[in-house]
Design a protein around this ligand. Structure first.
Ligand code: FAD
Length: 339
């Protein structure tokens, strides 16, 4: 059903929101540019990136090198730190002016926070946490697939009567676009009247999570602990193994809920989605809500007493036994192999 008053023919082009923090473009942007390019080519249209920040225009060429045909740059000191109000106001204005048919954003803390505000303001649909996208060149509808009902089914959602079609996409479901140095593209500065931007918040400061030793997005190896660790002390073993392997530390929700580790380490449906080369699950049973967050890992190693639990069933290597015996053996082996 087409929304009354929406002329879908006026909407053209695929957009990727180029998320950045303190001038550092997030790697999800390069993943979205890769997928956005494929969709744009299928629709016979162009791919644009939207860069919002302060002193940020130098990043536009990098986005062009990664596949953007056009970059809209919105620069002002008000955008130095992410705040929902001014960011969603300016992106809303830009969408209303330029009328893209698809807008892709990362399903990151930032994307999850301000994408719904924009969708509500422009009265369109938003599909959150997509893990696959496809377009129908005839209807130009975007097929947005995401896990539903706790990951038990995959739902494909369409926005047939409204434009633009907006999705947030999970990290690591698409490969990053390759860099083509010196690629040609257009960079357009979007002039903003900051007086027109809503801003009800004041940025006071940024406090880094001191426990988040490594960013999951860049970790090749993740060592995760669950309730099977027995107590908070169990995470000392996980930490020791992770340090030896140069790995990030993950956790099940059960472990985080028990306050053995901060929730920022939680992996799964209500935590982070990860896709490392190696995922080591220690004392994690592998309920569906955990599995949806890590099952695209290249190699899964499970350490568990219960050979029949789901994690042991999906593991590439399943080590059956008490983790308090197995992990110290692995640590000992690694240490002796490095002597
Ligand atoms: P358990 O299921 O209790 O498993 C413990 C495992 O440790 C068992 O397999 C046991 O055999 C093993 N074990 C015990 N002792 C040892 C030992 N000494 N050596 C070796 N193995 C041992 N969970 C998440 O992880 N992430 C999410 O994002 C998430 N979101 C959720 C969202 C909703 C809406 C709901 C309802 C639930 C969600 N959950 C999530 C919770 C999820 O359903 C499970 O409860 C949770 O993942 C279980 O964590 P666990 O595997 O650590 O604990």
């Amino acid at each position: 059903m087409q929304q009354p008053g929406v002329d879908k023919n006026l909407y053209k082009g695929v957009w990727v929101y180029a998320e950045q923090r303190r001038g550092e473009v997030s790697s999800i942007v390069y993943e979205l540019l890769n997928e956005g390019k494929r969709l744009a080519e299928k629709l016979g249209t162009i791919l644009s990136a939207i860069l919002i920040g302060s002193n940020i225009k130098s990043k536009a060429q990098e986005l062009i090198n990664r596949g953007a045909d056009k970059v809209y740059v919105c620069e002002d000191p008000i955008f130095a730190e992410f705040q929902d109000d001014p960011y969603s106001s300016v992106l809303t204005q830009l969408i209303e002016k330029e009328k893209p048919e698809i807008v892709l954003m990362g399903a990151t803390n930032m994307g999850r926070s301000f994408a719904p505000r924009i969708a509500a303001r422009i009265r369109t649909g938003l599909t959150a946490d997509c893990i696959s996208l496809e377009v129908d060149p005839e209807t130009r509808n975007l097929w947005q697939t995401r896990p539903a009902f706790g990951g038990n089914i995959m739902a494909t959602i369409l926005t047939p009567g409204h434009r633009p079609q907006m999705s947030t996409v999970r990290h690591k479901v698409f490969k990053e676009a390759k860099t083509e140095e010196g690629r040609k593209g257009e960079s357009v500065e979007y002039k903003i009247d900051v007086q027109t931007l809503l801003n009800r918040t004041k940025f006071l400061g940024f406090i880094k999570d001191a426990n988040a030793a490594m960013n999951f997005a860049v970790a090749d190896i993740i060592v995760s602990g669950g309730r099977g660790l027995g107590n908070r002390e169990g995470f000392k073993l996980i930490k020791e193994l992770a340090e030896l392997l140069g790995a990030a530390i993950g956790a099940s929700r059960a472990a985080a809920d028990l306050d053995w580790i901060p929730h920022s380490h939680q992996i799964g449906q209500t935590g982070k989605t990860v896709s490392p080369k190696v995922y080591i699950a220690c004392g994690i049973s592998g309920q569906i809500q955990h599995i949806v967050g890590m099952n695209s890992s290249d190699i899964i190693i499970a350490i568990n007493k219960d050979a029949a639990c789901p994690m042991m069933q999906i593991a590439t290597y399943a080590l059956e036994g008490d983790l308090h015996e197995i992990i110290p053996c692995i640590i000992k082996e690694i240490k002796s192999s490095r002597r």
